[in-house]
Write a protein that binds this ligand. Sequence first.
Ligand code: HEC
Length: 224
Amino acid sequence: MPRLIVYSVMVLLMLALIPPVVAARVRATPSEGRPIHIIQDMDIQAKFKAQSENPEYADQRAMRPEVVGAVARGETYLNPHLQNGVVDGGWATSLPEAIKLELKTVERGQQRYNIYCAPCHGWNGSGQGPVNQRALSLMNNADGPPDGTSWTQARNLHDPGWSEQPIGQIFNTVTNGKNSMAGYESQITVEDRWAISIYVKALQRSQNAVMQDVPTSVREEWNR
Ligand code: HEC
């Protein structure tokens, strides 16, 4: 092979090394300037910066307020009674200050319970909701081949030992889940989780109620 070609190839190879060396050096050196983006990804795009104006909105603000119904989570728990149902290291037996025991709270709890809990625990809390029944029928499908369905029976909320659970413990189960039941902290607001817990206590009471639990005025109305 002619010398000229050999030398030319060697020189070209040396030259070819320069760009990677320069790139490596630049990457390792802190710089105030913008990085060079060969592939334009989403770092560089038209956008509104924090605290800037956006004429598209009536209030001209680019930063939008919190969406109605957004559930706050992962923040510091400054109030263990409200956030976890815990008072002095034990389960709360009373409501936190922010939650008022009113008929409309119980009714809200009933409505939310029927949406979130009744599918498994049933309307009356006995653990026989439609999801539970469907899972049991799949598991007990004696004719078909085993399909690997396994299911934990939703707790009967009137079982001894559970029917007397303090309201704080029920709230904690709704919030963080328990064993094979998932928590609802990310889906249900803290007020609604308390409303549901109040309703669960009412359900539990309803299964062991005596006539004296019904206010006299209501009983009089029935007897009329
Ligand atoms: C997908 C089905 C399902 C849904 C929905 C569900 N649960 Fe449960 N729940 C279970 C199962 C299963 C258990 C038993 C968990 C275990 O011990 O493994 C349970 C257990 C419980 C317990 C007893 C916890 C303990 O101390 O042992 C309470 C109280 C409870 N659920 C309340 C609720 C409430 C209130 C809701 C609605 C916010 C709800 N559950 C929604 C399936 C469900």
